[in-house]
Design a protein around this ligand. Structure first.
Ligand SMILES: [Zn+2]
Ligand SMILES: [Zn+2]
Length: 442
């Protein structure tokens, strides 16, 4: 098995503790490093209501021979325990035939000790069943649930709905892709008491919650707005492989958690220590004042909950005539949080305030500076696609040349009075100037 290669033997043992705990063994403990050979991990199981202790030897190597099985056998036999004991050798590699034969021999022999051999392939299976993935030299977290993507089209339609002059029937097919990205939520409890010769000088009794990005190179907290978003929706998870979750998407990416469960726990513990470290002043029995830095220790901190989850990040594309519109958002059922809004903004200048209007001539969305009224149809047309002509010195906007020519013919039939009325702003301006002049003269 090529993975896990970069680990030292001790790191490998620590990971196995994670694997076995998640797999369902009880009281899984890595033995002190100075401990006996052949007893790397001790754990317990209950079989038919009876407790049984398991002595585990971890071998981070390509091939494990008989000698190691023999060593484990004697370590298990001499293990001081009142409950029945069995043995297990776990390796990232394979067992030699001699090692396997030796196990059979022990089982058939006098003491009847049962020894289980877990090779690299079996280890991978166990890890997956335990919800952990062996990748990049780590037992990465594997998560099977996600916040639900919800109705994919709704957020898109909502954005188009807030644009003037757009009919739902004009919105064609919406293409959507989803990227499930990993987040880990951790709760840590700190119960620390700091004592000196004068008694307890400081106590910490706190519960902290962290939300971390699961796929950054180091575990790091998610940003505040995502945090709020996740807090709003109180984690209504659905199964990631539920067909309805993946329905309707043109492409699906599921990102990996790039760290082991223990990495996230360690990060959280470090964070807790940093947050609750305090320098406390106290007066000693000799009446001298002292400063003591109170740092919670590992044993003061317990991780009470670790929940991995996926958040669906959806990217949609919609085409309206000559223009394409994208919307990127995180979804959680009925709720969503927009990351990038490519719909509610002017196609020409990017303006995205208050009111925008659709140009049904070219499919663009426009701010007030880039939308005009089509002279013949009386409907909105954008400054970009319109054909323009001057009438009574005023610039007029048309869908196309035919409309302009049609209007030109009509205009030429107008009475001089009506022609002048074509430029109302100029008339109003003129009247105002005359009024001001009159007031001035009077
Ligand atoms: Zn604009
Ligand atoms: Zn247009």
């Amino acid at each position: 098995m090529p993975v896990l290669d970069d680990l030292s033997g001790l790191e490998f043992e620590a990971i196995m503790v994670d694997v076995f705990s998640n797999y369902g063994y009880e009281n899984v403990e890595q033995t002190p490093q100075t401990g006996d050979e052949g007893r790397d991990i001790l754990m317990e199981e209950t079989v038919n209501g009876q407790r049984r202790e398991i002595v585990v030897e971890c071998k981070h190597m390509d091939q494990v021979g008989r000698e190691i099985v023999q060593k484990l056998h004697s370590a298990a036999l001499t293990h001081d325990n009142s409950a029945p004991v069995r043995g297990m050798v776990v390796t990232t590699g394979i067992f030699t035939d001699q090692a396997k034969e030796h196990v059979d021999k022990i089982r058939a022999g006098g003491d009847g000790m049962e020894i289980e051999l877990v090779d690299g392939n079996r280890l991978r299976e166990i890890s997956e069943e335990a919800g952990l993935d062996l990748q990049n030299g780590k037992v990465e977290l594997v998560c099977r649930h996600t916040l639900p993507p919800g109705d994919i089209e709704k957020p898109v339609l909502e954005q188009f709905d807030s644009v003037n002059n757009i009919e739902p029937s004009e919105i064609g097919s919406i293409e959507s892709s989803v990227q499930f990205y990993p987040v880990v939520s951790i709760e840590a409890r700190t119960d620390a008491k700091f004592e000196t010769s004068v008694g307890v000088i400081h106590r910490v009794n706190e519960c902290d919650t962290f939300h971390l990005r699961g796929n950054s190179s180091q575990p790091k907290p998610i940003d505040d707005s995502l945090q709020q978003f996740l807090d709003d929706d109180s984690h209504q998870f659905v199964e990631l492989n539920d067909p309805t979750v993946q329905e309707g998407f043109d492409s699906i990416t599921i990102e990996r958690f790039r760290h082991a469960e223990s990495d996230f726990k360690e990060w959280a513990a470090d964070q807790v220590k940093a947050e609750h470290t305090e320098t406390v002043e106290y007066t000693g029995k000799n009446n001298v004042d002292y400063d003591k830095e109170c740092v919670p220790s590992d044993s003061d901190i317990s991780i009470t909950n670790l929940t991995p989850m996926y958040v669906p990040r959806i990217r949609s594309k919609t085409r309206l005539l000559e223009h394409g519109y994208s919307l990127e958002y995180d979804a959680a059922g009925e709720n969503h949080r927009i990351i990038e809004n490519g719909i509610f903004r002017c196609n020409h200048c990017g303006w995205s305030w208050i009111s925008l209007t659709y140009c049904e001539n070219c499919g663009s969305i426009n701010c007030w500076r880039h939308i005009r009224t089509e002279r013949v149809e009386g409907t909105p047309v954008c400054t970009e696609c319109a054909v323009t002509g001057r009438f009574a010195l005023r610039k007029r906007f048309f869908y196309d040349k035919e409309n302009m020519e049609q209007f030109r013919e009509e205009f030429e039939q107008y009475s001089p009075h009506k022609m002048i009325l074509e430029n109302r702003p100029a008339i109003i301006g003129f009247v105002l100037v005359v009024l001001v002049a009159l007031i001035y003269l009077l």
